[in-house]
Structures are given as C-alpha cells and as structure tokens.
Design a protein around this ligand. Structure first.
Ligand code: CAA
Length: 379
C-alpha cells in the first residue's frame, strides 16, 4: 500500500491551495453575507483546469484522476465551500455524466465548454416531492417523435441561475416507474424554461440554488442522454461519483476549521498561557485531527477505487456519510475553541459550521447513504 501522492497530484493540490488563498479568501465573508455568486472566481477556476479536472483533454478538460480532483476540492473548500459545490456539480455530475454516457456530438457541443469552464452546468433531479425518493419524478418528458416536451418543476438546483446547460431528469413512461425515466440536455433560453426563485440558505450562501420551471419545453431528441429509460441509472451512477466530491467538500470544511483553530489556539492567551497549552483545548484539536484524517482516508479510498475502475458505490457513500459528520463535529468544536470570536463572522468558523450542514443533506442525505451502504453489505 502506497500513501504517497504523485508529483502531478501534489502540483494540483498546491495550485488549488494557492488559488484558494489568493483568489477566494479575500471577499469570502462578503460573498456569504450578500449571497453573491463568485462568477469571476469560477472563470479563473476554469482557467486552471479545475472545472473539468477529470474530463479528458480531448474534450477540454485537464485529464487528471479522481484523487487529484478530491485533493483540489479539499483545498478549495478549506476556504470557500460555496464555490466548492459549483465545482463539484460541474465536475462530477455534469462533465463526468456527459463524458461517460453522452454521444460524440453531445460531447463536442456541450462537454467542451463545460469542462473548460467557459460554461457552467447544473444537475436537475430533485423536485418538490422527489428528494430522497428520487424515483418519484413528476416532471414529464413526452415523446413527440423528433423532440420531447418537458413539463414540471425542479427544486434546490445548484448553479440554478449561473448555469447555461442543465441535465434534466424526467419521466417518459410512468408505467415503467424508474425504468421509464430519461435525462435530457436543456439549454438556458429554450422557450418555456424559466429560472425560479433563489433560495435564501443557512450555508453555502454564495452558491446559487434555484427552483426551475418547465412548461412545454421542446427538447430535440438528440439531447436525450443514453437509451430510452436510462435516466435513473444515469442519475444514480453520476451521483456515486458526486458523493465523492461532496465528501471532499465536507473534508475541506473540516480541515479548514482545524487549521484556523490551531492558529487561534496558539495566539489566544488565557490564564497566562496560549490556550493550546490547556488540555481541554488540545484534546478537542486531537479529536478533530484524528477524525479528519479518517475522513480523508475514506475519501481517498473512494477516489482510488473509481480511478481503478472498481466498484465505488459503497466507498463513496461511506466517505460522504463519515466526512459530513466530521465536518459538523469539527466545525462545532472550532466555534467553541474560538469562544465569542467564533460566533462572529470575521473568524470564518461560524460560516464553516453553517456550510457543513448541507453536506449531510444534498447528493443523498446521511440516511440515504446508510441505506446505500446497507444494501451493498447485503449483496
Ligand atoms: N448506483 C448504481 N445504481 C443504483 C444505485 C447506485 N448508488 N442506487 C440504485 N441504483 C439502481 C438499482 O440497482 C436499481 O436498478 P435496477 O432497476 O436495474 O434493479 C435502480 O437504480 C432503482 O433502485 P432501487 O430499486 O434501489 O430504488 P429505490 O427507490 O428503492 O431507492 C435510492 C433508490 C437509492 C433511494 C435513490 O432514490 C437515491 O439515491 N435517492 C437519493 C437521491 C439523491 O441523492 N438526490 C440528490 C439530488 S442531486 C443534488 O443534490 C445535486 C446538487 O445540486 C448538489
């Protein structure tokens, strides 16, 4: 077993760390407060190759492995988890899905601008009444010969307004249940497609989350991905990889909170010494560091299995389940270590605590991850 990173992996990790410090740290508090989408920073991420890290160079990506992707995600999310989710959805759900299941024409037209960061993508599965129970799709796609007509509403869509390309999951044959579901590439601006209200969220406030409305949206048949009825399998398979991305986001939030807590505990004095010297604080830091290391190993294992083309369904679910809990535990402790300063915005940890919560909810709640793990154990 080899825990060393390659020179290329170290380089992408260092580049992401540097980018996060110089480009994301300034303004992160303001963007959170104003719910301001980091459009300029996303463009620069694209320039670095981080919006299509795993996509092959043929289609405008950086052609790197999943391990590189999670290393970069961790560094970005140590500073700004809002941009992290934009990056994760574009990389793991949209670009990966298109590259693996799209036609050559779809890749040329849509994947290239998405992987290069010229355009942003969104993944539209959740609905007002279909969250965890994702097979209960109410959005319909009626087959009209050379096109489909899409009708329905999607909820909680990351990159909802900032995206230009949307992968929309919809039911074509209700009698076939999940086997009748399809996935379509929908462009912003197609008549009948309206971006709805922006959510006012507890955390990851700089990422834009919207509802989307579709009324008789005419989508050409060539925009369907895969065979008729492949949509649910598409969603589940892309989400397996998406869960690795969100696990890395959670890991980044936790690791960022630890770095800040360590720094603060070495500067802040109480009872005549730096608070780091109090065992009450050291024990908290030790617990945080141990949990973060365990989460990192699970995340890297899932990424490694994906790179080796081995089954990573269970590993991805375990990584997300554990890392998201670690993000919650460690950010709560980070606020506690900072005391009153932890409760105000300038010290970042209160934002991290708010950002951590969503990692237990989106791309499958912790309860759904347990269900996935349970079913894998049973196999
Ligand atoms: N990987 C591959 N295939 C899977 C799978 C997985 N993880 N989970 C299910 N499938 C397959 C099954 O094998 C089955 O295939 P067959 O018909 O060939 O047997 C099919 O999908 C249906 O599965 P189930 O019979 O298990 O269906 P279910 O309704 O009992 O359970 C579920 C499915 C696992 C609960 C699924 O609905 C699920 O994952 N729900 C959570 C949805 C989710 O993660 N939503 C996130 C929204 S996207 C998002 O958040 C993005 C963002 O913007 C940040």
């Amino acid at each position: 077993m080899n825990f060393d990173l390659t020179e290329e992996q170290k380089a992408v990790q260092a580049a992401a760390r540097d980018f996060a410090q110089t480009e994301l740290l300034p303004g992160v508090i303001e963007r959170d407060e104003l719910q301001k989408f980091p459009a300029e920073q996303v463009k620069k991420l694209g320039g670095l190759g981080l919006m299509g890290i795993m996509t092959s160079e043929t289609y405008g990506g950086a052609g790197m492995d999943t391990v590189s992707y999670v290393l970069a995600m961790e560094e970005i999310c140590k500073i700004d988890a809002s941009i992290g989710v934009c990056m994760s959805v574009n990389n793991s759900l949209v670009c990966w899905g298109l590259e693996h299941f799209g036609t050559e024409a779809q890749k040329q037209k849509y994947l290239k601008p998405l992987a290069s960061g010229e355009l942003i993508g969104a993944f539209c599965l959740s609905e007002p009444e279909a969250g965890s129970d994702a097979t209960s799709q109410r959005t319909t796609a009626v087959d009209c010969g050379d096109h489909y007509l899409i009708n329905g509403t999607k909820n909680w869509i990351t990159n909802g307004n900032s995206a230009s390309i949307y992968l929309v999951i919809a039911q074509t044959h209700p009698e076939l249940k999940h086997k009748g579901i399809n996935v379509f590439i929908v462009e912003k601006g197609m008549p009948g497609f309206v971006v709805g209200k922006k959510e006012n969220k507890m955390g990851i406030r700089a990422s834009d989350t919207h509802s989307l409305m579709f009324t008789d949206v005419k989508v050409p048949k060539e925009n369907r991905i895969g065979d008729d009825g492949f949509g649910f399998k598409f969603a589940m398979q892309t989400l397996n990889g998406g869960r690795i991305g969100i696990a890395a986001q959670a890991l980044g939030i936790a690791a960022g909170a630890l770095e800040l807590s360590l720094k603060y505990s070495m500067e802040r004095k109480s009872f005549g010494t730096e608070i780091f010297n109090h065992q009450a604080i050291q024990f908290k830091l030790a617990d945080m560091a141990t949990k973060i290391d365990a989460a990192r190993l699970l995340v890297l294992k899932a990424a490694y299995l994906k790179d080796q083309h081995k089954d990573y369904t269970e590993a991805a679910a375990m990584a997300k389940l554990f890392a998201s809990q670690v993000a919650m535990d460690t950010t709560i402790e980070a606020v506690q270590i900072h005391g009153g300063y932890g409760f105000v915005k300038e010290f970042h940890v209160e934002r991290m605590m708010r950002d951590a919560k969503i990692t237990q909810i989106y791309e499958g709640t912790s309860e759904i991850q347990k269900l996935v793990i349970g079913r894998e154990l049973f196999k």
